[in-house]
Design a protein around this ligand. Structure first.
Ligand code: ATP
Ligand code: MG
Length: 427
């Protein structure tokens, strides 16, 4: 028979997923805290959405021809044979929730943000996983290009505050349903003779969604696209004035940007503004995009809602973390040292209730504590600022010794009842 203990050890997390261990989780918490603070300060409110959705939601919005829908979705049937999909992205979900909760009746823009896990069945490599985390925001109900500029400025602010040293904002406009058809035709015309040299995916995209060809990850294909026209060359008057207002506003907000005339996005619902925030940092491996987004003025309608212009973005948090050093984790402030575990636990508990973080040494087996020296060594190893030492003599006087772990030999006597107050005074 197989030894169950051995069997467990051989079970690893599924490919493309990973465990975030304590050495790293604190960094996640800090990033999440910063995200909430930054987005709330710009009027965005958090929305928490289901991990799985009806498959149709993503087919209707991302587009049947998109890589996400065609190749990357984790789709399964539930017991009632309904087709469900682990969410591959957040925009369609946020749009669904916006409609389901009648947020379209609120004064626009409705500003929402979310954070959480997303799932795509992709080729796993550095910066590309099967379960990954995104921070995303969506603003529904305004067509103002100043809102596009604001969302880009917020993304840059967040990345800077998170500690990303260098990045570049790339922007483009995909036009709208008025001007895009002429651009599509021009692009097809230019690429017709090159089809035999392009990859199979590009040949498929040629008829279905030729703009998507420009997003091809095959390098040799990209070389063939260097001289093709961009959608910017075909913008209608409305799109042109939106574009000008966007570039002007970014300048006023002091957001440096580069125009990338061949930038398109992988999902079908984008209109007008699209942007990516990229970094050439080698820690990202073959990936360079940290954040991406744009305007999607037709998405809400495609879900059966009223015409609702909207704009949003998502940051890949694993990619962002690849660009940051992992800081050492912090520990509790106080380590309670006593050879009597009961007493140590009572003192630690009362400190915690008073809002001071504290821990103690638990015997691994039985009830016998380790020596004072061993416990102090432990406090030192954990990097605690203070040790509260409770010896028998002190206890008899209802006192404890408070030891500053940073300064050798510095120790004072404090009545137990005054301990929280004293600690607060000293820190
Ligand atoms: P890519 O072109 O790199 O596949 P995408 O266009 O599919 O990206 P979006 O759907 O725009 O990506 O997602 C926004 C961000 O989420 C990306 O810029 C990236 O930082 C992150 N992201 C997307 N897919 C993954 C993944 N499989 N693993 C980790 N992060 C991802
Ligand atoms: Mg992708």
């Amino acid at each position: 028979m197989t030894n169950p203990e051995k069997m467990n050890i051989s079970i690893k997390p599924p490919r493309g997923t990973r465990d975030v261990l304590p050495a790293e989780s604190e960094q996640w918490q800090k990033l999440e805290e910063l995200a909430r603070k930054t987005l709330k300060s710009a009027g965005y409110k958090e929305i928490r959405l289901p991990i799985f959705e009806q498959t149709e939601l993503f087919c209707r919005t991302a587009g049947e021809g998109s890589d996400v829908v065609n190749k990357e979705m984790y789709t399964f049937a539930d017991k009632a044979d309904r087709s469900l999909t682990l969410r591959p992205e957040g925009t369609a979900q946020a749009a669904r929730a916006y409609l389901n909760s009648s947020m379209d009746r609120l004064r626009p823009p409705t500003k929402l943000f979310y954070m959480g896990q997303y799932f795509r069945n992709e080729a796993v490599q550095t910066g590309r996983y099967r379960q990954f985390n995104q921070l995303g925001l969506e603003a529904f109900g305004s067509a103002s290009p100043l809102l596009d500029a604001e969302t880009i400025a917020i993304a840059c602010d967040f990345l800077k505050k998170a500690g990303v040293a260098e990045f570049e904002v790339q922007i483009n406009s995909l036009g709208c349903s008025t001007c895009r058809p002429a651009y599509r035709e021009a692009l097809k015309e230019k690429l017709r003779d090159r089809l035999s040299t392009l990859c199979k995916d590009c040949c498929d995209r040629y008829e279905r969604n030729p703009l998507r060809m420009l997003d091809c990850k095959v390098e040799a294909d990209q070389e063939q696209f260097i001289d093709v026209p961009g959608p910017l060359d075909y913008l209608c008057a409305d799109c042109e004035s939106q574009w000008e207002a966007l570039t002007l506003a970014l300048g006023q907000l002091r957001v440096p940007f580069a125009v990338n005339r061949r930038l398109v996005r992988g999902l079908d619902y984008y209109t007008r503004t699209v942007f990516e925030i990229v970094s050439q940092d080698s820690r990202l491996g073959a990936q360079s995009t940290i954040a991406a987004g744009g305007r999607y003025d037709n998405l809400i309608e495609s879900l059966g809602g009223p015409p609702t212009p909207a704009v949003g973005w998502a940051v890949g948090l694993e990619r962002l973390l690849l660009l940051l050093e992992t800081p050492p984790t912090t520990n509790v402030d106080v380590f309670v040292v006593s050879t009597d575990v009961d007493v140590a636990l009572q003192v630690a508990t009362s400190l915690r209730q008073a809002g001071i973080s504290a821990d103690l040494d638990f015997p691994v087996t039985g009830t016998k504590s380790r020596s004072f020296t061993k416990q102090l060594q432990e406090a030192n190893k954990l990097g605690c600022r203070w040790a509260v030492i409770i010896g028998e003599n002190e206890l008899a006087k209802n006192e404890v010794a408070l030891k500053d772990m940073r300064i050798k030999g510095l120790q004072i006597s404090v009545p137990i009842a005054d301990l929280p107050k004293k600690l607060r005074e000293l820190t």
